[in-house]
Design a protein around this ligand. Structure first.
Ligand SMILES: Nc1ncnc2c1ncn2[C@@H]1O[C@H](COP(=O)(O)OP(=O)(O)OP(=O)(O)O)[C@@H](O)[C@H]1O
Ligand SMILES: [Mg+2]
Length: 169
């Protein structure tokens, strides 16, 4: 068993962040939960878009914040379940939506504003927090749990290390 990884990565541009998110998407195999947090405009949807592309969702499929519909599914190499908890009153709303079944459904689940529903997310959730550090720069903090279930966790830790991730303070 490898240790959990808590790291910081700085991206100087939108392209750089998109490139990283696409690499994350390429490594997903299904069963992952990616919990995105950070303020309005931090880049959560940008991250989800590029992640979906990396997972094989065609460029012709629009990937936008599911703020009002709460959930969208995109077909790629694997399914991407895209959720947005911004308008939810409580985590119970997400349970009512059947998040358990979505997570178990064979695809990867990516949730914007996930900090609002943290208590119902599984232990193998990958936490990704985005912060605005300048007009075009963003800081990403990732917490990738221990273990290799689902197997993408190990691949994602290796990816962060390859990108020169620094241990988070
Ligand atoms: N390095 C960067 N990474 C990501 N987005 C960037 C970057 N630099 C600038 N941007 C811009 O920041 C905005 C990010 O918007 P996005 O919709 O992804 O934010 P969000 O976190 O999903 O916000 P919301 O909570 O409102 O859904 C976009 O307009 C994008 O072009
Ligand atoms: Mg968004």
């Amino acid at each position: 068993m490898s240790a959990p990884l808590e790291v910081e990565l700085d991206f100087p541009s939108e392209d750089a962040l998109r490139g990283f998110a696409e690499e994350v998407g390429e490594r997903l195999g299904g069963g992952e939960v990616l919990a995105l947090s950070g303020p309005l405009g931090a880049g959560k949807t940008v991250f989800a878009q590029s992640l979906a592309r990396g997972a094989g969702v065609p460029a012709a499929t629009p990937v936008t914040s599911p703020t009002f519909v709460l959930h969208r599914r995109y077909a790629g190499r694997i399914a991407i379940e895209h959720l947005d908890a911004y308008r939810l009153r409580s985590a119970r709303d997400l349970e009512a939506l059947g998040i358990g079944e979505l997570i178990e459904g064979g695809g990867a689940t990516v949730i914007e504003w996930a900090d609002r529903v943290a208590e119902i997310l599984p232990a193998h959730t990958v936490w990704i927090e985005l912060d605005v550090t300048g007009p075009c720069s963003r800081r990403l903090r990732a917490r990738i749990p221990d273990g290799d279930r689902p197997p993408a966790l190990a691949r994602l830790r290796a990816l962060c290390v390859r990108h020169g991730a620094c241990p988070a303070p």
